[in-house]
Design a protein around this ligand. Sequence first.
Ligand SMILES: NC(=O)c1ccc[n+]([C@@H]2O[C@H](COP(=O)([O-])OP(=O)(O)OC[C@H]3O[C@@H](n4cnc5c(N)ncnc54)[C@H](O)[C@@H]3O)[C@@H](O)[C@H]2O)c1
Length: 442
Amino acid sequence: MTENEPRKPLSIAPAQGKLGVLTVGMGAVSTTFIAGVELVRRGIALPVGSLTQMGTIRLGKRTEGRTPPIKEFVPLDRLENLVFGGWDIFPDTAYEAAVKAGVLEQRHLEAIRPFLESIRPMKAVFDRAYVRRLDGPHVKQGRDKFELAEKIREDIRRFRKQSGARRVVMIWCGSTEIYLKPHPVHRTLERFEQAMKQNHRAIAPSMLYAWAALREGVPFANGAPNLTVDIPALQELAQQNQVPIAGKDFKTGQTLLKTILAPGLKARMLGVHGWFSTNILGNRDGEVLDDPGAFKTKEESKLGVLDYILQPNLYPQLYGQIHHKVRINFYPPRGDNKEGWDNIDIFGWLGYPMQIKVDFLCRDSILAAPLVLDLVLFLDLAQRAGLRGIQEWLSFYFKSPMCAPTVYPEHDLFIQLMKLKNTLRWMMGEPLITHLGREYYD
Ligand SMILES: NC(=O)c1ccc[n+]([C@@H]2O[C@H](COP(=O)([O-])OP(=O)(O)OC[C@H]3O[C@@H](n4cnc5c(N)ncnc54)[C@H](O)[C@@H]3O)[C@@H](O)[C@H]2O)c1
C-alpha cells in the first residue's frame, strides 16, 4: 500500500481527565505560555501564532470544500483541561516570575494574578557547570545524578496526584546549557544509567529531566538547543517505554524568518553569497547566551539551517561560497524585545548582486509561547495515538529538528508544515495531499 491510498485511521485513545503540563524552567517563555493559556481560556485574548488553536486543514479535493479547524479534525485536548506545574532554580511563583520577565503587560497579569500565584515551581536539578551565568537557591541536593533524577520522578508522581492529571507532558523551557558533544556514555541506556551513578560530566541536568520523564511515560520536548534527549540512550528509552519525544530549540525570531526566506530564494534559483545575522537581546536568556559556552550551543543550532535548506552540495554555483555568520549580543535595555538584523547578499541573472535587509523587532517569548502550547497538545495526541520516539512531523517548531540518523533534518518551514498536516491526515485515515491536482483537468 502506498502512503497515499485510503487507510484506516489510527486508534486514538480519548483525552480523558486533565492534561498536566510540566515546564522545566519558569522563566519568560513558560510564564508567557501559562498566562497566555489562562487569558485565552477566560476569553480575554486570542491564541495568535498557535496552529492548533487558529489553524485549519484542507481535506480531500479542492472541490469538496472541507477545511475544518485542526482542533476539531484531530482529537486534541481542550485548553480547559490543562493544569500546570514545573521547576525552577528560583522559588518565585509564576506571577512573580512573569513580572520579572517583563513580557506581558500588568493589565494581563493582574487579570489572572491568583491563578499565576498558585503555580509554584518545584526545586530544580541544577549545576552551574552547565549554565555558568546563573545561580539560584531553589535546588535539590542528592548523592549523585541518578538520585537527583529519581527525585524528579517523585515530583512527577506527586504532581499527578495533587493536580489530578491523568496524562502529563514535559517541556524544557530552561536556560541553554553549555555545548556538549555526543559522548560514548550517551550511546546506550545501560551506559547512560551507569554514568548517572558515576556523576559523569557528559550527563547534563536537562538529560536527567528527560530521563525522569521517559521513565514515567511522559512525552518530552526540548525547547532549547541542548543535546538533552537527542542521544541514542534516551531515544532507546523512549522506544522502550512507548513515549514520543521532540526537539530541539524553538524556531522563533530570526531563524523563523530565515527558514521562510531561504526556501523562497532557492525556489527561484537565486544565489546567496552571504548571510549576516546579528541580534540584540536583553532578557535572562540573552544573559545566559552571553557566555561563550552557551552561545556555542545556540550557534550550532542556528548555523545548520541554511546549509540544509540551500543544499550547496547540489547547487555549488549558487550556494557553494556562502558566508553565514550569526551573532547574539546581550543588551539589557531591550529586555525580551529582541531586534534581529539580517543582511543577505544575493545574486541573480548573470551573477548581478543584490541585497536584502531585514530588521525584525520581535518579542521572543510572544513568538515562543504558542509553540509550547502546540507541542504540548500534539505530543499528548501522539502518545494517545500510540506513536513513540522522535516525532519528526513536529520539526515545524524547531531550529534543529531531531530526525532519524539515516536522514538529514528538514528545515524548510513549508515542507515542515506539509509534513505536519499530512501526518494529521494520515492519523485520521484521510488521503494525503500531494498538490498534483490532475483530476481537475481530466
Ligand atoms: N524565546 C524564544 O524565542 C526562544 C527560542 C528558542 C529557544 N529558546 C530557549 O528557551 C529557553 C527559555 O527561554 P526564556 O527566555 O524563557 O529564558 P529564561 O531565562 O527567562 O527562563 C529560563 C528559566 O530556566 C531556569 N532554569 C535554568 N536551568 C534550570 C534547571 N536546570 N532546572 C530548572 N530551571 C532551570 C532559569 O532559572 C530561568 O528561570 C532558553 O533555553 C532559550 O534559549 C527561547
